[in-house]
Design a protein around this ligand. Sequence first.
Ligand code: NAD
Ligand code: IPM
Ligand code: MN
Length: 370
Amino acid sequence: MQTHTIALLDGDGIGPEIMAEAVKILRVAESRNGIRLELKHGAFGAGAWFSHGDSFPEATRQLCDRAGAILKGPIGLDHEQTEKIPVDMRPERGALLPLRRRFDTFANFRPVRLAGGLTHFSPLKPEIIAGGIDIMMIRELVGGLYFGAKESGRDDAGRRYVKETLEYDETQIERIARVAFETAQGRKKVLHNIHKSNVLKSSVLWNEVLGEVGGEFPGVEVRHILVDAAATYLCLNPRQFDVMVMENMFGDILSDQAGGILGSLGLMPSACLGPEKAYYEPSHGSAPDIAGKNIANPYSMIGSVAMLLDMSLGLRDEAGHVWQAMRSVFDQGYTTPDLARPGADSKTISTRAFGDLVAEHYAAAPATAS
Ligand code: NAD
Ligand code: IPM
Ligand code: MN
């Protein structure tokens, strides 16, 4: 029997709650496909710092190295708790960025999707998003300000200063541009390039290299949009977008805005692909405000499982069934509290109940021809 080892990094806050629902889906995938999924939990995040003195312990590093794919819950704590951890060991800098760097997961896919029948979840007017939203945001994930040189200290006048550098070289831009063009080629053949070349030299180089890669994809039309304007268009007319590509920091901000136009960050799964390995995680954080209450929306985590099935295990049809199962649950009028709208005819259910229903629908989906 084919065995896949998957590292599960539950994370902090709502992480363990939504991970438990993801595991239900993985177990269904296992029995539907006659495969064995060896699911191994590893300590990761703020909890790991408190229990192991390291937010990315060596044992977890080794587990990730051995695993065929990694499924990660959100990490981090609220502001007050975060302050208890030394700055460079906090889970974002001490675990998440090192994970991205270790596996060079440069291509971050953040699908922004809302089916036509579910537009009531969105805060946007129905006429703006009639027919639904379907954008693939592609974020460069291991370069730019996040990973550039940093220094801080006191200047000659004794003032505290900090310097962070937005760095890219052409190889980094080329590989993400290629991923973006390939994705656009497989969809509507329009690529929105999001940049800030009116100010940033990094965007000038980005656009130059993107143009060169574009020469290999004559069938894909490139539309250039400045990042600030793109933020507006996401609200005023998100349906103009199909595939969007951008550098790391722009992608962080615009993808959370994308969660906003869908109606909740709980609808934002993601895949982070590197040359050899991928990891999958919700785009959102650990939601300390709702942790431990069994009310978080597990869609983003289950959607990340769907992306794992598709992109790491090659089970594309199975992934389709998982998406469809979540859709069916919504179509039956169920929602988690983040999506409940005043006056809407919905039945609000818990994290666990949502996961159970999705698992049931998925288990009942037609078998995939192998
Ligand atoms: P957040 O994304 O955790 O929460 C923002 C808002 O969205 C909150 O109101 C929260 O309740 C809501 N929300 C998020 N996910 C939800 C879900 N699945 N269901 C229902 N509601 C949901 O952002 P924050 O509060 O700014 O950050 C909290 C912590 O998470 C910080 O430590 C931050 O660094 C960390 N973080 C981690 C990741 C990651 O692990 N990839 C991503 C973003 C933020
Ligand atoms: C995300 C998160 C991370 C980021 C943080 C937690 C380091 O916000 O995945 O979007 O900024 O990339
Ligand atoms: Mn973010």
